[in-house]
Design a protein around this ligand. Sequence first.
Ligand code: ADP
Ligand code: MG
Length: 454
Amino acid sequence: MDSGSLKALWSRSLALLEGEISDISLKTWLVPLEPVSAENGEFVLAAPNDFHRGYAEQYVPLIRNTLKSVSSRDFSVRIAIQGHESLARGVASTAPASGGAEDSGDFRSGTVARAQLNPSYTFDSFVVGSGNRFAHAASVAVADKPGGRNFNPLFMYGGSGLGKTHLMHAIGNRIRALHPETKQLFVQCEQFVNEFIFAIRENRYEEFRARYRGIDVLLIDDIQFIEGKEQMQVEFFHTFNALYESGRHIVLTCDKPPQSLASLESRLRTRFASGLIVDIQPPDYETRVAILKKRAHSHGVDVPDDVLDFISSHVASNIRELEGAFTTVLAYSLLAGGITLDVAREALKDIIQPSTLRKVTPAVVADVVARYYGIGSDDLRSNRRSKEVSDPRQVAMYLCRTMLDMTFPQIGAEFGNRDHSTVMHACSKVSDGLAGDQPGLRADLDEIRKRIGG
Ligand code: ADP
Ligand code: MG
């Protein structure tokens, strides 16, 4: 199709789409797409970046229908990234809706299915921090050398959204890459249970057994699902033993430690404990920032540090929520025309209620100041008098005075029981510095205040 007809077809489609989706979605997600080609039944549109592409993809079925009404042709629709080499290729990357059916692990087919692994959950995309370091190391060890007694079974537990499923897929992806001959099976525990029930009902229990017992690495996610299901636990115990005794590897995730799994068969609990049990803790601040940086990088967007800091400071308990908040900010910034702290605040105003906004206390001030200058908040309360500690301490005192209206004695008590005259001196030194010859100081204070969020 020549470029004139291509453009005409797309603009007629857009006109029709106008009645189908909200004006704002149309302008945000569809108008910026550029028609690139319509060859071999494939209509290719270019999005400005990967993030935009990801969002626009939800409209592919709608676009396809619209193109059909406008042109009476049934194109497949692909959204590519502008300037990306895959634009030129005529290879469809949007798999048909039924794509991957052969991977679906339907045991009724009688074959051992390939694990349904999410290719983006890899060790490369996993950020290691204090909360998950051990779980990560154990996962890598298992993936490198599955089988045998080391870390077998590997039992990883932790709260929701902390990366358990991600690690499990990463193990599977790495095994697939390093040991392609290894038969592995990744299942949600719920799927395991459903298949078991189906097998019993349909008298196909032998098939079920064969399927699970013929594999080298069994990855079962969210094992807490067997809580309270006694018959299932017995079956699982037998499967588990059969695999374990023949040197196969088992990896389990759970939202709680084995001893807290209610009504778990004690034999099973002992089995779980015979391998390695590791927990995953919520990410610390540095890890949260690192995760967002990685996300920004993979989306190809530049996100200012203060925005990363804002999101990481306010969404602390769970990585899934952290990513959700980040995506919201990115979506919002497309509408707003840029990513700034104000845009982030506005985008997250429903998620971060004023009540959950960090309440500013002297401890928060100390924490932010210490982090800003790269020292420990204990240092601020210590007797150390070296400049690298005493300058930040003076800044923290000044901020307690100006932001929190504390009295000099109160501030003194907060910072290592110092005399009120010491505090007065600190505060006037900082205000003199601001008024005088220390241009860097104002920028430091602005940044620290912003991070404190008061
Ligand atoms: P869980 O299974 O523990 O509930 P998930 O593995 O589903 O959590 O993780 C939730 C989201 O957070 C996923 O998108 C995952 O990719 C992401 N995530 C979790 N931990 C990390 C990490 N350490 N580095 C990068 N992304 C992570
Ligand atoms: Mg999970």
